[in-house]
Design a protein around this ligand. Sequence first.
Ligand code: HEC
Ligand code: HEC
Length: 491
Amino acid sequence: MRRIGLATILLVSLPVIGGAQSRPGPAALEPHLEIIARTPDEANRIARATAVDPALNRFEHLPAGAASHDDSGKTAFTHALPTLNDAQILDFLSGRGIFRKIWVGAPSSTKASDGLGPLYNARSCLACHPGNGRGHIPEDGEKGGGHRGAALMLKLSGAPAYGAQLQTNSLSGLPAEARLDVTYRQETVTLRGGETVVLHRPRYRVSALGYGPWPEGALYSPRLAPPLPGLGLIEAIPAADILAAEDPDDTDGDGISGRARRVMSHEYGVEMLGRFGRKAAMATVRAQTADAFFHDIGISSPLLPDAWGDCRAAQTPCRDRPHGDGDVRGFEIDAKGLDLVTLYTSSLALPTRPDAAAPEVLRGKTVFHETGCAACHRPAYVTHRLKDDAARSFQLIWPYSDFLLHDMGEGLADHRPEDGAGGREWKTPPLWGLGATRAVAGQERYLHDGRARSLLEAILWHGGEAKPARDRVVELPPDERAALIRFLQSL
Ligand code: HEC
Ligand code: HEC
């Protein structure tokens, strides 16, 4: 990781950054924003406000700046950014309606809601992002068993008859692709002071295959739905500020590299910075939303127009099913509907941190910095000043992520490389809102596949570039470790 100084912030606004001559400059990577350039004086103030600093910052109790609110209970992630204007609030409410809508198979009498599938994982966005939080994993013995239709899914490659994602549900009369089951092997870690922690290593099994044998060499990557608050603010972080922390060859020798993912955007037809998804595959919330409609629910949109979703050519009974497009909507969800859901998912606020200044929390914050967590979980940014987008403009925010890909070691590897992201790499997830996890989801499940049942388990899975930080946590005196967890819970 490179330290971000004022010099870097000023330099990166030049079109060419050292070592990346053939690549577009940061400004070219964000065609989705109408940016008002920062003045040198602003850049200076921003560098001071966002400097990595274990001391209490007087604004850090507001994770989303002025776009924070003070409900930390079950509904913590359901509030609109308080900075939305009246027209946006109306659109937010319409978008919420579509986010919660339960889609049905075509043809149906409720035209605006048909087009589900034919293959799908779930029938609504809400099913996988309950309370706009992370996905729910059924507990032992909980109704539903296995993982049919749950928020845990497999991305695929090398399985041409199954497509890009394993759909575990289908319209009646059509076989689902498979049933997905996960079992866990227990492993015990002993910490300094004698405390033991049991980790759950997942194992996946697909059965009841609907479209032929599982191909030799097919690769899969398990993904649990992440929480959704604050995404519009993440979208408005200057690309330059994210790129400034890249250090792919670890030139500063601190053991932390970090790579930004550049992805080809179907939306803008240019290369952009990947910010969303567990491996940063998506550049904008709109692209991610269209992808979710298409792969998760089987709904076509102007961005992904095929009405049959992820049914492949080999899956003829699936492609031949009736679809919900071709009526007045054109697509199963039209541009207006897609924009409304995008506004909704972009505009969810974060709860404030009332105990940010509590002594135990501040102690934990010091431990967080001393053990090296902030090298990847970078605390603060100021969003771009944006034309006609006051709601997300120029906010000091505290997501605790560098939004870069890191090698997280064998234990977390999916061994399924994507174009621009390796099989051991994951994007640093934001840590804001962590404290509301249990209240919102009714359970705690962390990491890309939800294997960790507590924050401590999540830390103990860190490997690769994060192994030294993880080892330092194992070696901490128990009271300092407790303070670290307390700090994370305060976020
Ligand atoms: C079957 C479960 C499922 C459904 C249904 C679903 N999602 Fe997701 N969602 C996920 C998973 C899993 C990811 C992580 C994807 C990845 O890593 O590429 C995700 C990621 C996202 C993200 C990116 C979050 C981030 O922090 O990067 C957004 C935005 C999102 N979903 C919105 C939606 C919307 C809008 C809908 C409805 C159209 C929806 N999702 C439906 C499972 C689901
Ligand atoms: C090398 C970069 C790096 C360092 C250093 C690092 N992390 Fe992480 N952290 C990540 C990545 C990447 C993930 C996602 C891994 C996954 O999903 O498999 C993650 C995930 C997490 C999660 C789970 C979040 C969620 O929503 O599921 C927590 C909690 C966390 N880190 C805390 C810490 C703490 C505390 C430290 C310091 C002891 C730390 N991390 C150090 C990169 C890092």
